[in-house]
Write a protein that binds this ligand. Structure first.
Ligand code: FE2
Ligand code: FE2
Length: 303
């Protein structure tokens, strides 16, 4: 299996203190940043979608990547593009329901990050010429044909139902804990960061999509910062009242088969490679990251 920390030993990734990038998390130790320190890190880790150059990516996509491989890549590209749009629009009510001002301030920065991530995919699709559609809304609709049932269930039912509830009852902290577990631990921590890790390594090995790789690394760094917020929030909540720790465990048990389904592309056949690695490698990487984060939160791994 790929070493979970090899790509993320970079100083800027380590600076986020996401337990998944810290070896000390195997012993349950991580010096998680405070919400205000995470805010300050956000100010220092800015980047611009408009500075990226996708001209080589356009050549690679149309001339170096085969039609079959383009089709296979569309599952993860579409899941990320639509996933970023979904999380950007669901975070507002979660920010409002967070019980402290320093938490809300950080979550405001995260909303801005998620908007930038949507813009990244939109610009990539536009400049590389991935689809026919000529505006953001139409591109999202056109690309949604490539996602899966499990993907829709996770975002449009499990996450959306909880966020709708929080929007009506912002004082419902148990539902906020469930939403942060889904959003920060599962969607960002297990699914997005795992996909990013393998897709970036694959493109680096193949020498393809250099503009995409540069931007996707910036997105991964942002996601580690978001997950570090989630780990701190859930640790504080679990310490304040064991019922919140139980809510995290319950949510993880419920979402496990759906998350597993999202990690498995609809076109997958037994024994196939996914960007140079097996499905088992991908699952093991996601499980290791979750295990490290749960240790730091102070909870046992979910069986
Ligand atoms: Fe994001
Ligand atoms: Fe995020």
């Amino acid at each position: 299996m790929t070493d979970a920390v090899s790509r993320t030993e970079r100083e800027d990734f380590q600076a986020t203190t996401d337990p998944a990038v810290m070896e000390s998390a195997d012993r349950g130790e991580a010096n998680l940043l405070t919400y205000h320190e995470l805010y300050n890190l956000w100010e220092r880790q800015q980047w611009s979608v408009q500075d990226l150059d996708f001209s080589q990516d356009r050549v690679d996509w149309h001339e170096r990547i085969s039609e079959e491989e383009r089709f296979q890549r569309m599952y993860s590209l579409s899941s990320f593009f639509i996933g970023e749009q979904r999380v950007a629009s669901e975070l507002g009510p979660m920010m409002r329901a967070a019980p402290r001002e320093d938490m809300r301030l950080f979550l405001c920065t995260q909303i801005a990050d998620e908007a930038r991530h949507v813009e990244f995919f939109d610009r990539f699709y536009r400049e590389v010429g991935v689809l026919e559609s000529d505006n953001l809304q139409a591109r999202l609709e056109e690309t949604s044909a490539h996602t899966s049932k499990e993907f829709e269930r996770l975002f449009d039912q499990m996450l959306k139902d909880r966020v709708d509830r929080i929007a009506r009852e912002p004082e419902d902290l148990e539902t906020l804990v469930e939403a942060v577990t889904l959003y920060h631990m599962v969607i960002e921590g297990m699914l997005a960061l795992t996909g990013q890790h393998f897709i970036i390594m694959y493109n680096e090995e193949q020498g393809t999509l250099p503009g995409f790789v540069e931007g996707f690394n910036n997105i991964a760094r942002d996601e580690h910062r978001h997950v570090a917020f989630g780990a701190r929030f859930l640790r504080e909540m679990a310490q304040a009242d064991p019922k919140y720790g139980q809510a995290v465990q319950r949510m993880l048990g419920e979402v496990a088969p759906i998350a597993e389904g999202v990690l498995t592309p609809p076109w997958y056949e037994e024994g196939m490679d996914l960007f140079g690695y097996s499905l088992e490698d991908t699952r093991a990487f996601a499980a290791k990251c979750l295990e490290r984060r749960l240790k730091v939160i102070g909870l046992a791994p979910v069986a």
